[in-house]
Design a protein around this ligand. Structure first.
Ligand code: C2E
Ligand code: CA
Ligand code: CA
Length: 261
């Protein structure tokens, strides 16, 4: 008597458990482009599920499923390990200045042991801790703030960088921001998308850039699709920019080519 969406969800959840062993999960890479001079290569990993029957499944669909079922712990650990393995690979290829960020689910942050996973990965692979960055969302911090902040402080003390993703959408208070061991704010793409159309969005983006800088943080805009947006961001002093305008997230082989250019 179950309806189709519920059934599909259950099926997907079940097939997720064998997907990792079958190498169906892969990482895509999207560049974070410096707006002022060349500093270092930075990228974000974005997960994809190449399902044998359904084809490519987006993380917007399977990450929430993995979070509900608890499988995100296994999957999230894999993403951290895979990211570090890939950094080591690029280091060996001679691209020693690469920094890669990976998304950490609120569920991992609040109920998992990402510190252990990160320590282990840093020990197993020949990379520098500052080459790894984790992206967390404001909403992820609100469930159990004390625990999350303590954990992030430990992660930071390893030398790993922390970015606050989707910034501006999570209603976090500024007094909370002051306490967080983050080194970068990522302005949510909903503000960036209308920056040339809506005066309010332009004002908010400007305000976030200024606030980030006065707190000594670097700032990046995501979801940049048009040239005019990059000019605006540059004019306002935004440090990094990311979006389809520069490049879509790419699989490893394409990305390898991109690195060479
Ligand atoms: P996010 O971390 O905010 O990632 C940004 C999303 O915007 C990505 O979608 C990216 O492909 C997309 N994007 C990049 N540039 C543009 C642009 O110019 N315009 C537009 N409209 N979109 C752009 P994607 O890859 O589908 O990922 C969706 C979300 O799934 C991510 O949002 C993140 O929350 C989650 N996710 C992805 N990979 C992982 C992962 O390994 N672990 C965890 N926990 N979550 C992940
Ligand atoms: Ca992200
Ligand atoms: Ca984001």
């Amino acid at each position: 008597k179950m309806n189709k969406p519920v059934l599909e969800r259950i099926e997907l959840e079940a097939s997720m458990r064998t997907a990792l062993a079958n190498n169906e999960f892969i990482l895509y890479y999207q560049p974070k482009v410096p707006l002022f001079g060349e500093t270092r290569f930075e990228f974000e990993t974005l997960m994809r599920w190449v399902h044998p029957e359904k084809g490519m499944i987006s993380p917007g669909l399977f990450i929430p499923l993995a979070e509900d079922s608890g499988y995100i712990q296994t999957l999230g650990d894999w993403a951290i390990e895979q990211t570090c393995r890939q950094i080591e690979f690029w280091n060996r290829k001679g691209y020693k200045n690469v920094t890669v960020s990976t998304n950490l689910s609120p569920v991992q942050l609040n109920y998992g042991n990402p510190l252990h996973t990160i320590k282990q990965a840093l020990g197993n692979f020949d990379i520098r801790p500052e080459q790894l960055e984790i992206e967390i969302t404001e909403s992820g911090l609100m469930q159990n703030e004390k625990h999350a902040v303590a954990l992030l402080n430990e992660i930071k003390s390893l030398g790993v960088r922390i970015a606050l993703d989707d910034f501006g959408t999570g209603y976090s208070s500024l007094s909370q921001l002051k306490k967080l061991p983050v080194s970068e704010l990522k302005i949510d793409k909903s503000f960036v998308q209308d920056v040339m159309k809506e005066r309010e969005d332009a004002s908010l983006v400007k305000a976030i850039i200024n606030m980030a800088h006065s707190l000594g943080l670097s700032v990046i805009a995501e979801g940049v699709e048009e040239e005019a947006q990059t000019h605006f961001l540059q004019q306002e002093g935004c440090d990094y920019s990311q979006g389809y305008f520069y490049s879509r997230p790419m699989p490893e082989n394409e990305f390898q080519e991109w690195l060479k250019t």
